[in-house]
Design a protein around this ligand. Sequence first.
Ligand SMILES: [Zn+2]
Length: 362
Amino acid sequence: MNKKIIALTISASLLITGCATTTSQKIEKEEKEVVQVEKTQENEESQKEEKKEIDLQKVKPNEAGQVMVLMYHSIGEPEAEFTRTPENFRKDLNYLYEKGYRPISLKDYVAGNITTEAGFTPIVLTFDDGWQNNFNLIQDEKGEWVIDPDCAVAILEQFNEEHPDFPLEVTFFVNNNIPFGQKEHLAYKLKYIVEKGMDIGNHTATHVNYKNTDAQRIQKELGVIVKLVKEYLPDYEVNTHALPFGSRPKDKGLYKYLASGSYEDITYNNVAILNVGWDPYKSPYHTKFDPLSIHRVRGSDLQKYVQGVGMYDWINHFEKGNRVRFVSDGDAAVVTIPENYKKVIDPQKTGNKEIKTYVLEK
Ligand SMILES: [Zn+2]
């Protein structure tokens, strides 16, 4: 097992005044008001302090640690390499919740806007291919269209209702074979996702293998999806991209088009490009963090498919200390790290944030 971890590490390319009142009454009243004002100020101050002051030795924040960007595809039966059953997906969410992981949006991850509660670890949830079972509508007994309780959107919403401290943050990477299947419900689905604060990402028009593509083809593949979503959501910007098959063009000179380009009257600018596997990725403040080559981890526990590098394996590795997990300080404006991690923090990536270091007592 250790050999595997070492090999992976090496190969990983990857928040009223009355008129008749007497003077004494007036004074009494004014005194009361003064006391009230003072109390309000005290409350505000103690709230501020509560937010900022965490017990570093207890919480052990490390915002130089790693983050899992989880990759899912189909949610259905039976369980397979690219299919997670609704039951297993619920199990994954429960496990993540119990182990202290909390979703943030992919956009917040790459922007380093970490709003995760102090002591908890951010994760990013992603779904590829726009399967109908990611967001499925079914007819109830009265013939009304309702959200299928076993589709990914319903499972995530229900989990968020039961666990309000597990934010509803997820990105669905879609293709042009009618995202989520039901053409007549496409407008409803796209609007629903964005109104609820979830995201839509680009997985190319035809699920292309970029290997032998040219500049024109790449821009068309990405532009078509941006254009499609704009038709329904003129103000929403699709600016995250998951590489189909995790492939890139042979010609490295074409990589720039994976990030930005134009097609017809559309221009796109991807702030994140996601690879396929197989390990947790760097802190967004890390000197080597590359938002245009983000590694992902499979959301599964079936060894046949995850081969020792699935979500459950990595949670285990984090707990054993084989890898260091990102632990939030609970303050998006401050980057807190143990002193010895200072050298891996890039001040250009932390921007206006305050960098706070501390020495962890053994
Ligand atoms: Zn795909």
